[in-house]
Design a protein around this ligand. Sequence first.
Ligand SMILES: Nc1ncnc2c1ncn2[C@@H]1O[C@H](COP(=O)(O)OP(=O)(O)O)[C@@H](O)[C@H]1O
Ligand SMILES: [Mg+2]
Length: 248
Amino acid sequence: MPRTVAVLSLGGAPGVTMTAMALAASWPQEPGALLVEADASGGDVGTWRRLFVSPGLTDLAAAARHERSDAAGAGPLEHAQVLDGGLPVCPAPASADRADGAVRLLAQNTSALASPSGHVTVLDLGRLAPRSATAHLAAHADVALLLVRDDLAQLRRLQESARYLFETLPRAWTVVVGGRGSTAEIASTVGLRVWGRVPDDDRSAAFLRGEAGLRRPERRPLFRAVASLSQAVVRETAAQQVRMEVPL
Ligand SMILES: Nc1ncnc2c1ncn2[C@@H]1O[C@H](COP(=O)(O)OP(=O)(O)O)[C@@H](O)[C@H]1O
Ligand SMILES: [Mg+2]
């Protein structure tokens, strides 16, 4: 099982926060997952879900600074607020000037992301900037999911970043948001591993933003796609562990 799954983009707003929330909320294995919104440009979850400013990312980062890197800390759960529906979240401050410092601190103390309770930490890293604290956190994760919208500008940016991504995030998967059909052509054009698509699903998006109820979210297209994504992540990390344990 992965300990940390990072979700990030190269720019635009393909749906990193939505997908990270859905992934954490529907994690398939016990005891489940929690969401750490470590977006250096500022968070949205606190506003969407009307959370308190604290506890959250800032508290997690401050506590991380005081923990020895070799000691097991209390973990992100200690600094989380629980959403209606049960998902624990460490929300980022809404503004970049406050969120950025917390993300930098966290990148210097990544052991703070591990949960002694066994929860998987889903990290919303927002937008990747080369050689940043965000890039460091992405490289630390067991799996990094790089989200890209199915539009020309975002696919072009992905294509031009492919070499950098391949070298710095070898465990990254590309996930396409929106559009239709096979992603094989995108994969062969950019030369990166592409998992598949997360569909546009306005009702699930409104549900995740806390604006509307849903009777059976697990039947909606967004949640169905994210359920098979999380299963793929679980299989991938199990295979990674086998590769590490078996001497070549
Ligand atoms: N799969 C989706 N279907 C419909 N709307 C979406 C989807 N993903 C994101 N959105 C909407 O697009 C906007 C940006 O999404 P968000 O998750 O905040 O992007 P990011 O974190 O990449 O900036 C939000 O209003 C969100 O509700
Ligand atoms: Mg976001």
